[in-house]
Design a protein around this ligand. Structure first.
Ligand code: FES
Ligand SMILES: [Fe+2]
Length: 460
């Protein structure tokens, strides 16, 4: 067993190359936001299992958490024209995000002001000149103002001022449209800090949705999210990744209440790989991004590293596709997983080779069911080559990611391994027989950070 630190709790680190050691060998100057660490010991008490298993606890989240947080509902390109709308559902809540006549993006509660009927079906999208209730036909303009109601003579007590659709806060960042049911929530930029200071919104604006999978899971939404908040599971769950993934040497940072980060290096073997690996052997097993692009064997030259070769390969591939110029972009920003979590349920990966976004939300009023959105973004071609927003592919809990058209089966298998863990964790928590689960001080600090903020909402 590795030695335990006798110093401050949380100060111990895995032996071997750290993220910062690798950044120092980068072929380009590394920006400050990557070189600055921000770990904080947040305690080592168990996390009560009831947070995953109790319908009562879930009910408190529905009442006190979900109506008060910012979460992305869609991308701006989902609703390019006036009248275009997307319905975003989380737990029992449903919001219509719509492009209004004046081009502004608005969001409304998806419920009729007459007798509450849901106005547009859950998970739907489309285009409409107005918003009309299918029950009795009350109708609103796209901006949410009341337009008309049948038999208005019978409703002298209904005034347009008091019967606009329920307004939902809406703001944008990085091409994502965020919504918040709380009229008193802080501005989005404040909520997202320091993320926009680390990664300019343009990094995400310049991408498009190349693939979108929406998978139903038989687990609590937090169990789903937590499976991607640490790389501690890589050696056991994804042993096929160990030859090129610095699993236990991942860096974890926490910021304020809402944001935390992981930097998971690629092109450096796991500390658990015992035989020494040459840079060529690392490069040969380096399976990241779109593997179809690698049509001939890449070679590591004298004095080069696998990371540098892969980074240059991506710079060249992206340029050849008419994408952005990455000549000044660091190797780390190209090959590593740099993942920002934004409370409560979203993760944004800013790196070039693994440009994904995750979102997790409760499925209706079920504490043990959730929906996992996996979105793969790609750089928008700058040379006019057309791109299209991929439609979501729905997967039932038993369906494999490898069945998704266009999904690399190697990557699909990795996600199957992750979602298998989630459902097993949910079942196990029901029968554990002790009141809590245990977290690592360093590698699982992002999970503890999420729970700390969660409890602030619930106890506030
Ligand atoms: S419930 Fe919507 S018009 Fe009556
Ligand atoms: Fe995983």
């Amino acid at each position: 067993m590795a030695s335990q630190s006798v110093e401050r709790p949380g100060a111990a680190r895995c032996p071997g190359l750290s993220v910062q050691d690798l950044l120092r060998a980068d072929s380009r100057p590394v920006p400050d936001y990557l070189t600055r660490e921000s770990y904080e010991f947040l305690g080592d008490e168990d996390i009560p299992t009831e947070r995953y298993t109790s319908p009562d606890f879930f009910r408190r989240e529905i009442d006190r958490l979900w109506p008060r947080v910012w979460q992305w509902a869609c991308r701006e390109e989902h609703i390019p024209e006036p009248g275009d709308y997307v319905v975003y559902d989380f737990g029992p809540y449903s919001v219509i995000v719509v492009r209004a006549e004046d081009g502004a993006i608005r969001a409304h509660r998806n419920a009729c002001m007459h007798r509450g009927t849901q106005l547009k079906p859950s998970f739907s999208e489309g285009s409409a000149g107005q918003i009309r209730c299918p029950y009795h036909g009350w109708t609103w303009h796209l901006d949410g103002s009341l337009k008309s109601l049948p038999c208005a003579w019978d409703f002298p007590h209904v005034s347009p001022e008091r019967y606009a659709l329920g307004a939902v806060r809406v703001e944008t960042w990085g091409g994502f449209v965020f919504v918040n049911l709380d009229p008193d929530a802080p501005p989005l930029a404040e909520y997202l800090a320091p993320l926009p200071g680390h990664v300019p919104g343009a990094v995400f604006e310049d991408r498009y949705i190349a693939a979108h999978v929406q998978k139903e899971l038989n687990c609590n939404w937090k169990i789903a999210s937590e499976a991607f908040l640490e790389a501690y599971h890589v050696m056991e769950t994804h042993p096929q990744l160990m030859r090129t993934n610095g699993d236990a040497n991942t860096q974890y940072d926490v910021y304020g209440d809402n944001v935390n980060r992981l930097i998971n290096v690629a092109g450096s073997p796991s500390a658990f790989i015992e035989e020494p690996m040459t840079e060529q052997a690392i490069l040969d097993s380096f399976l990241i991004g779109d593997r179809g692009d690698v049509t001939e064997k890449l070679m590591v030259g004298e004095g080069e590293t696998a990371r540098r070769i892969m980074a240059q390969f991506f710079r060249d591939t992206v340029a050849a596709r008419g994408g952005p110029d990455l000549s000044a972009t660091t190797d780390s920003e190209i090959v590593d997983s740099i993942a920002y979590f934004v409370f409560p349920n979203q993760q944004f990966f800013s790196g070039i080779s693994f440009p994904i976004v995750y979102r997790f939300r409760p499925d209706g009023m079920h504490h043990d069911r959730s929906i996992f959105d996996l979105v793969i973004l790609k750089p928008r071609p700058k040379d006019g080559t057309p791109w299209e927003t991929a439609q979501p592919v729905r997967l039932a809990s038993a369906q494999s990611f490898t069945t998704v058209p266009g999904m690399d089966p190697y990557i699909g298998n990795v996600y199957d391994q992750d979602t298998g863990n989630m459902e097993a964790a949910q079942r196990g928590c029901m029968t554990l027989g002790r009141p809590g689960v245990t977290l690592a001080n360093y590698q699982e600090v992002r999970i503890r950070h999420m729970h700390r903020t969660l409890m602030k909402y619930l106890e506030d």
